[in-house]
Write a protein of this length. Structure first.
Lengths: 498, 489
């Protein structure tokens, strides 16, 4: 069975929700919330349908619109996009609830939720894009949709962050644009997965193909926050917590990492990229990024900033796994795409809870906070331990496969990188956990004392606990059918046939 | 049908000179009728191929021809005029309600708009250099008057500058025509295209004609008349000037390049035009970045965007023959049409800003995103097209130009296109960041009429949506592109 309707509907649900929200008045809060939740729910159901169709029946879902010669707009579901689209739609649902709770009573919510929906439209579009040009359309759309979210508060600081964000991403976007146009001029247009196109070309245009690879990866590396192109990410965390959560877990940084995955796996093909020696430099850059991000995270006192540098580091795991040609590394990379999202969104939710409820933003202010907000800090602890790689939580699975992949690919130094990075992870997460549970609060102010009832609004707590539970579940149940790990195995089997 | 496109607005113009008060009634009707006629004509060209009418022979023969290229530009012009008419009508009604009478600027703008429409349609349909010259001069006169009619003193000076820069251009054009007439004995474009032989004289004549036309398209460094003239005019007229009018000389330049100029269309000449275009892109964008007023920013952006269009010349000439020739043509035309629509939308939006806030100083626009959301959205949407972000018409234009540059091996235009896009993003986001800037102590805001806001938004949306239907445009342009471009070494 082949139907193009479902992918279109999946993209359309959030787009139409966004348009509807823009058409509402600012004070129609109830209607807006209903639209938000209904759209997120609908998308979840549609993605469920696709998931079922692909995994159990092997259906293909493809929608194609011919714009002009050499330019098709293609939405298609394959295994990799299934992984990403499921992640985005699940996390969108959680973040929507969270954002409704978080922005309660603040101004300009119509604008916020309108662009929020557009942002999700873009990341779902990125997941489903069936060729480079479609990918690029949503990739740029994402830049535009996130800018108003980053500057949402309108403060001097956030406007400056927005400017930095735009300078980085638009320059990256332009480089990507040139790269794609160049590739199309050279090879004509082709869909993801038709890797023979470039393989045929490489004999004649070896240098160009190599240069193009680094142009494309460099352009995507801006959003994927590869050192030295990561500068925008720690700055952009001035955005409201739900935006940071989404930005760091599924939207912007993931778009970059996912793009790198697409270029290596579905445009060049591992064999070609590996054979031309293009992957080794990428692995080195990724390893540097992993260490650099972790070291910088150690020195940050601002909680969200620390988390942002942690993202720089964690994201590079995905790139590293792609760059180490081999099935085990691929599994690690693919599974980390999901796991990192779950863990990081939980951490940002927790940071948002603390900031929203107690107005605390610094790591040094968190002494004894576990007694005041046990659920939040419980979720934080779980997610942080998972990040460090505590077995059997989510991060452990990723690191395990990456390490194995490194050894299998004949690059044992990767294990050393992983070990050092794990120590650094522990170095910047454990002090927070320790301080929050075991230290005494600095002051005896009533706000920091335990109290009866819920520690924060349930709209903030429920999504946090939900994503934390997922981060545990994907680790504990990693071997059950339809888990991210199983999907990753399935994809790796196709990428690296025995 | 084609003669109606010229005579109907001209008749409207005469009628309005006699009865100025009927402007708000007559002019929108004619604009709308003209849009319908153009749609029918375009459909006819699309299904039956180029259309021709011969009205009379003699010394100055009058015949009209509409091929795909003309049809596309006619259609863009008609859409802009229709939207501007709706906008101006709404503006007239609202200012009348307040003052109890029509303001003088809106009374004057109606006949001028009709005159511009008639002249533009004439330029796009004429096949004879003399009638083209005539229509260009009518258009020029109307444009100069449009720039002059404003309450501000500055506008008069700007209009004078406009006039005096155009004048040498017109003279060069005329001189070129005379030389051609002397050498070839005819000024019919099709006939000249067949018989014109390369010679120093014909090369000189063609160069003069091309120069005369390109001055009016704000070729760098002869562009400095444009920003003051376009920013000084009232909103509806500035939208017509910066959106529709500047595209006519560009059209003539590529029409001549295509039909008339094998004699001088050398690689060197094309590269020189492209280089001036590149300088215009950078210079206009840098100037736009430095502006503190919305309308001046938009007007400088026009200088920059016109530069992109000039890249068409080197890209279609001298890269050999390949599919990129069609890419370059389509890309250039797309860029022109997308810019026309988006720029008109921006200037209409700027008019709304002036109407509501009373000033267009960028610092005074702070907080606009929450106070004038629809207008801010229009500005943002139009910027998306100007920057060339997907899926807008500007994106298709840039994409095709970029592919043509790479395909024809002229890689040096790639950084120009990339940098130009980034600079466009720079000044666009300067504006958008202002709109998002919070503001204390909000002064009174006059709520703008919804119709005006919708008219501007519609243009911005069309500029965005033309990126989704490229096949028809390629089909219209395709046959006009010479399969075998003869190029002198």
């Amino acid at each position: 069975m082949n139907t193009g309707l479902l992918p279109i509907l999946i993209v359309a649900t959030s787009f139409l929700a966004g348009v509807a929200i823009f058409l509402l008045r600012e004070d129609q809060k109830q209607v807006r919330s209903v639209i938000n939740i209904a759209a997120a729910g609908t998308k979840l159901i549609l993605v469920g349908l696709i998931f079922y169709g692909v995994t159990t029946h092997g259906y293909t879902f493809e929608a194609r619109y011919h714009v002009m010669l050499g330019f098709d707009f293609v939405l298609r579901v394959d295994q990799i996009s299934l992984l990403f689209v499921t992640l985005s739609s699940v996390l969108w649902f959680a973040t929507t609830l969270y954002a409704i709770g978080y922005l309660e009573g603040s101004p300009n919510r119509r604008r916020f939720f309108g662009f929020f929906s557009m942002c999700v439209t873009a990341s779902v579009g990125i997941a489903l894009a069936g060729n480079l040009i479609t990918f690029f359309i949503f990739y740029e759309f994402l830049t535009l949709a996130t800018y108003p979210l980053v500057v949402h508060r309108g403060t001097e600081n956030s406007l400056r962050a927005g400017r930095t964000y735009l300078i980085y991403t638009l320059t990256g976007g332009t480089a990507l644009f040139v790269g794609i146009a160049w590739l199309h001029t050279l090879a004509g247009s082709f869909d993801f997965g038709q890797i023979e196109t470039l393989s045929l070309l490489v004999a004649e245009h070896e240098t160009e193909v190599g240069v193009l690879f680094f142009l494309l990866i460099g352009a995507l590396g801006v959003k994927a926050a590869l050192v030295p192109l990561h500068g925008w990410l720690p700055v952009a965390m001035v955005a409201p917590a739900p935006v940071s959560a989404l930005l760091h877990a599924v939207a912007v940084v993931k778009a970059g990492a996912f793009g790198i995955m697409r270029v290596v796996y579905d445009v060049y093909g591992v064999e070609l990229a590996h054979g031309q020696g293009l992957l080794q430099p990428l692995a080195i850059v990724a390893a540097i990024t992993i260490l650099y991000g972790s070291v910088r995270a150690l020195a940050q006192d601002d909680l969200k900033r620390r988390l942002a540098y942690s993202t720089v580091s964690q994201l590079a795991y995905i790139t590293l796994g792609v760059a180490l040609a081999g099935p085990l590394a691929a599994v690690g990379s693919l599974v980390h795409l999901v796991h990192q999202g779950l863990m990081k969104i939980t951490l940002f939710f927790c940071a948002g809870n603390i900031a929203e409820t107690l107005d605390l933003h610094r790591v040094s202010e968190l002494n004894g906070i576990g007694r005041r907000m046990p659920l939040t800090m419980g979720a934080f602890t779980v997610a942080a331990l998972a990040m460090i790689g505590f077995p059997p939580l989510a991060g452990f699975i990723s690191k395990w496969y990456l390490g194995l992949g490194g050894v299998a690919a004949g690059e044992p130094w990767i294990v050393a990188v992983l070990v050092i990075s794990t120590l650094l992870n522990a170095g910047y997460f454990l002090p927070i956990i320790y301080a929050s549970w075991f230290r005494k609060p600095d002051s005896l102010d009533p706000p920091l004392q335990p109290r009866k009832g819920l520690e924060a609004s349930w709209l903030l707590l429920a999504p946090t606990l939900f994503t934390a539970a997922l981060a545990v579940a994907v680790g504990l149940l990693a071997n059950s059918p339809y888990s991210p790990l199983e999907l990753a195995h399935e994809i790796a089997r196709q990428l690296y046939p025995e | 049908m084609m003669s109606w496109l010229i005579f109907l607005p001209a008749a409207g113009f005469v009628a309005l000179l006699a009865f100025p008060r009927t402007g708000p009634l007559v002019a929108p009707l004619i604009s709308l009728g003209s849009l319908l006629l153009t749609l029918r004509l375009t459909f006819k060209v699309l299904t039956e191929g180029p259309a021709e009418t011969l009205l009379g022979g003699g010394l100055v023969e009058v015949s009209f021809r509409c091929d795909g290229l003309s049809a596309i530009l006619l259609l863009a012009t008609a859409v802009i005029f229709a939207a501007v008419s709706v906008y101006n009508l709404s503006l007239t009604i609202h200012t009348r309600n307040r003052d109890g009478r029509n303001s003088s600027s809106s009374t004057r703008s109606w006949p001028l708009a009709l005159l511009l429409l008639s002249a533009l349609n004439g330029i796009y349909l004429s096949t004879h250099l003399v009638s083209i010259f005539m229509f260009v001069e009518i258009m020029g006169a109307a444009a100069v008057l449009s720039a002059a009619f404003s309450r501000r003193q500055r506008s008069a000076a700007a209009a004078m500058r406009y006039f005096f820069t155009r004048l040498p251009g017109s003279l060069a054009f005329l001189l070129g025509c005379v030389l051609l007439l002397g050498a070839e004995g005819s000024l019919n474009l099709a006939r000249l295209g067949e018989t014109l032989q390369p010679s120093p004289l014909s090369a000189l004549a063609c160069a003069l004609i091309l120069l005369g036309v390109l001055v009016k398209a704000a070729l760098f460094p002869l562009h400095s008349w444009l920003p003051p003239a376009h920013s000084g005019a009232t909103a509806p007229l500035s939208a017509l000037l910066s959106g529709a009018v500047v595209k006519a000389p560009f059209y003539l330049a590529i029409r001549f390049w295509l039909d008339l100029f094998p004699a001088i269309s050398t690689v060197a000449a094309a590269q020189a035009i492209g280089a001036l275009g590149a300088l215009g892109i950078l210079w206009g964008a840098i100037q736009a970045l430095r502006q503190e007023h919305l309308k001046l920013l938009i007007a400088h952006s026009t200088v920059s965007q016109m530069g992109f269009l000039l890249l068409l010349f080197p890209l279609v000439t001298g890269g050999g023959n390949g599919e990129w020739v069609l890419w370059a043509w389509t890309g250039g035309i797309y860029q022109a049409v997308a810019h026309a629509l988006a720029k008109a939308a921006m200037l209409l939006a700027a008019g709304i800003v002036l109407y509501s806030i009373g000033t267009d100083r960028l610092n005074d626009l702070r907080g606009m995103a929450s106070r004038l959301p629809m207008t801010s959205f229009t500005l943002a949407l139009a910027s998306v097209t100007l920057i060339g972000l997907p899926p807008s018409g500007g994106f298709i234009g840039k994409w095709l130009l970029l592919k043509a540059a790479i395909g024809s091996g002229q890689w040096w235009w790639v950084p120009v296109l990339a940098l130009g896009g980034l600079l466009t993003a720079g000044y666009s986001f300067k504006l958008i960041a202002c709109a998002f800037h919070p503001r204390e102590g909000v002064p009174d805001l006059k709520p703008p009429p919804k119709t005006m806001e919708v008219a501007a938004l519609t243009l911005a949306l069309i500029a965005l949506l033309i990126g989704l239907r490229v096949e028809e445009a390629t089909f219209l342009i395709g046959p006009e592109v010479p399969t075998e471009t003869e190029v002198m070494p």
